[in-house]
Ligand binder design. Structure first.
Ligand code: FMN
Length: 249
């Protein structure tokens, strides 16, 4: 993390002004047109660092961020983003990508990069045995089918894990955590006074090719970044009533 923003140890529980967070959340809008003002690379670096602090499943960090820095690549990506203004006028453009194939390496990394001197037994067992069992699908997905059948029977009498059992469920698994990182990223830009627009309106086949993504990668969204132009927000904010969404059970 940049020297200007020393990393805060979460255990230190710093005093927090909730009003600042509320300002960040409430002032974030999807901005579709940005001004010509550049967004410094150092800001992007800090925002990416904050994105990677997002909570994520089993701490397996199934994300990647393709920061588009080459003009010719950006040109092609803008086209793949269907020419959207939010991509075209962005001063920085990032593809937030979910990976379903990095979990095994990341399990190993948990143990080789464990931050404390001693790896607790439960952690060691989890990343050596539990997680590999949980996420491995086996050749042609047979292990996934077997686990689904096995847990289907055991689950008749007690709670059991219900997936991921298939490639589609693994994709969902990776996308969930990566979407949280995307939100961290956008809020971080807002906190630094910049704006963003998430985009899923793109030609995934073309975008994957341009970015030369590996097979197990899925672009969760592009995030265009910049300073909001006067005509950058297309509509007033609309959210339906909280009663519609919040269920007390
Ligand atoms: C996953 C996702 C994909 C989106 N894709 C696009 C997009 O391709 N183009 C666009 O202009 N806005 C896109 N948006 C922005 C939404 O339209 C926007 O968040 C929504 O209308 C609410 O407005 P607000 O973000 O200003 O609160 C996307 C948002 C999300 C979360």
């Amino acid at each position: 993390m940049d020297k200007a923003m020393p990393a805060i140890r979460p255990e230190a529980l710093p005093e927090i002004d909730a009003r600042e967070f509320i300002k960040v959340v409430q002032s974030r809008r999807s901005v579709r047109r940005f001004t010509d003002e550049p967004v410094p690379d150092e800001i992007v670096d800090q925002c990416l660092d904050l994105a990677m602090l997002a909570p994520n499943s089993c701490n397996l960090q199934p994300w990647e961020f393709y920061w588009i820095k080459t003009d010719s690549v950006k040109e092609k990506i803008v086209e793949a983003c269907l020419g959207q203004n939010a991509a075209r006028t962005s001063q920085q453009l990032i593809a937030v990508v979910a990976r379903t194939g990095t979990w095994r390496k990341h399990c190993e990394q948990q143990l080789t990069e464990w931050p404390d001197e001693k790896i607790p037994k439960i952690i060691d067992t989890f990343y050596k045995r539990v997680a590999p069992f949980q996420y491995a699908l086996g050749p042609f997905g047979v292990l996934g089918y077997a686990k689904k059948a096995f847990y289907g029977v055991i689950g008749l009498t007690r709670p059991v894990p219900r997936g991921p059992y298939s490639a589609a469920e693994m994709r969902e698994w990776a996308v969930k955590s990566t979407a949280l990182a995307s939100e961290n990223l956008m809020l971080a830009f807002r906190a630094f006074g910049y704006d963003s627009c998430p985009m899923e309106g793109f030609d995934a086949v073309r975008a994957r090719k341009i970015l030369k993504l590996p097979k197990d990668a899925e672009i969760v969204m592009f995030v265009g970044v910049g300073k909001r132009a006067e005509n950058g927000i297309y509509n007033s904010r609309l959210r339906f009533s909280r009663e519609q969404f919040i269920k007390h059970v």
